[in-house]
Design a protein around this ligand. Structure first.
Ligand SMILES: [Zn+2]
Length: 468
């Protein structure tokens, strides 16, 4: 048996997920993600390690940019094979890749103008990493598959997708390599989701594998109990309604927004909050919510029950979709309490900025954070208690109530990762820990070794291993 596995990304860092698997003459990539951490973004510009036209296929675990965001570049540089993923992932990836290409174009133009004005050059070329045209050219290569369906690649590799319970359509991929009588099973965890979360099924458990590549984003910590999300949300909505202010929710378009709608719907059904109007003010989040509506076959039982009782969290009576920018601006003239869910999730761009301008200095309003706020973002400044913030070129005092609900997370924590791996009844030959900050991955690797006695390592960027 001779299988080569190379770690081209998310090795001792969190983003840029990309693995090259080579068996005989078959070559495939598992994920083709964008590097999003500032210190690694330069790698997005590096030429691909092997000529993209020599690749047979890409197996895509899910539609987050750090897993799919470099596909348009791969296609522009010659990849012509198929991109296998679930139908929901392909539909969401199309929305996300077009948006990403659009942002790349805008960014390049902005930088070009700024550098021209300042008479200097930046570290990266002032051209987009890829264009909207490049993104569009990658779309016909998407080949949707169902969970559990076998995909044959060449005559030695068979890939099967299983529910990861992370975001809609997300997968873990099992690759079985056959040579003569021998077979090896390699499992790529993708991003591992969580048990008992709203909307989605629980992550699939595997009982046997020879090799496992496991993510470790939260491999060093244990999440807060999700049970309190509803209570906290109810308290924030009710007290802001009483005060007569608005509630702003900066939110990510995929999964987080739909989960917020789920909890709101639940509170409305239980009559625990007033029937205030909820505006979903993000064309991308609206499009992604439409994908959710089309793929109820992926929902868990509780969600199916809601649909049977015509209580869909994506259609409740006071939920309004806001498409145009003019409509969005008009929301600021509505008297009485409303809730606005808008992107971007960390307040770095998008329509949330306009709503912050109108509300952040009003003591009766509330800004509710439901997601991670990275260092250096406006969201992080606000969460950290800044007294004044700069938004769209002007300074505003922060007087609104700043609230945070931490229970939302689409990633398994340390104990949940162990729970997922503990499904394996026979020790795998080796476990590779990836997709986590170096320290976190090391820590999780150590934890896993202690708990299981398995052979575990944290591969380096560009490291190649031979799987026997
Ligand atoms: Zn993800």
């Amino acid at each position: 048996m001779k299988i080569k596995l190379r770690f081209l990304g998310a090795a001792r860092n969190v983003t840029g997920s990309r693995y090259l698997l080579e068996v005989n003459s078959v070559r495939l990539l598992v994920d083709c993600g964008l590097y999003q951490e500032r210190e690694f973004q330069g790698r997005n510009w590096d030429p691909f390690t092997i000529p993209p036209n020599t690749l047979d296929a890409v197996l895509l675990t899910h539609a987050h940019l750090d897993h799919c965001g470099l596909l348009p570049k791969l296609v522009r540089e010659g990849f012509q094979g198929r991109i296998y993923c679930t139908t929901a992932t392909s539909e969401i990836a199309q929305i996300i890749l077009l948006d990403s290409a659009h942002l790349q174009e805008e960014d390049a133009e902005f930088k070009r103008k700024r550098h021209e004005r300042e008479g200097r050059r930046g570290p990266f070329p002032e051209i987009p990493l890829y264009t909207v045209e490049d993104a569009k050219a990658s779309l016909p290569l998407f080949s949707p598959v169902k969970y559990g369906e076998h995909v044959q690649i060449g005559n030695v590799v068979e890939a099967t997708f299983y529910d990861a319970g992370h975001v809609l359509g997300s997968s873990m991929v099992k690759v079985v390599v056959s040579q003569g009588e021998e077979k090896r099973a390699i499992i790529f965890s993708g991003d591992v989701g969580r048990w008992d979360r709203p909307i989605l099924q629980d992550p699939n458990i595997f009982s046997k594998a020879d090799y496992v590549i496991v993510e470790s984003t939260y491999g060093d910590s244990v999440h807060e109990e999700p049970a309190e999300i509803g209570d906290k949300l109810a308290e924030i909505v009710n007290s802001t309604h009483k005060a007569g202010g608005n509630i702003l929710v900066p939110s990510f378009a995929l999964q987080r927004t739909q989960e917020v709608l789920y909890y709101l719907n639940e509170l409305l059904v239980q009559d625990r909050i007033p029937h205030l109007i909820v505006f979903l003010d993000s064309p991308m989040a609206i499009s992604i919510t439409e994908v959710f509506k089309r793929h109820s076959e992926m929902f868990d039982q509780d969600m199916m029950k809601l649909l049977q009782h015509r209580r869909s969290p994506f259609d409740f009576p006071c939920l309004k979709m806001v498409q145009t920018a003019d409509e969005s601006k008009s929301l600021n003239h509505i008297a009485g309490t409303i809730m606005i869910i808008a992107g971007s999730g960390m307040c770095t761009g998008g329509r949330i900025k306009h709503h912050l301008v109108t509300n952040i200095s009003r003591p009766e309003s509330a800004i509710l954070f439901v997601g991670y706020q990275a260092m250096g973002t406006l969201g992080r400044q606000i969460v950290n208690g800044a007294r004044k913030v700069r938004i769209l070129g002007q300074e505003y005092p922060v007087r609104a109530r700043i609230a945070q609900i931490r229970g939302f997370s689409a990633h398994a924590d340390r104990d949940e990762l162990l729970r997922w791996l503990s499904g394996l009844i026979v020790a795998p030959k080796h476990v590779f820990v990836t997709h986590g900050e170096a320290k976190v991955a090391e820590q999780f690797g150590e934890f896993l070794r202690e708990k299981t006695g398995w052979e575990v390592s944290v591969p380096d960027y560009m490291e190649e291993v031979l799987l026997k």
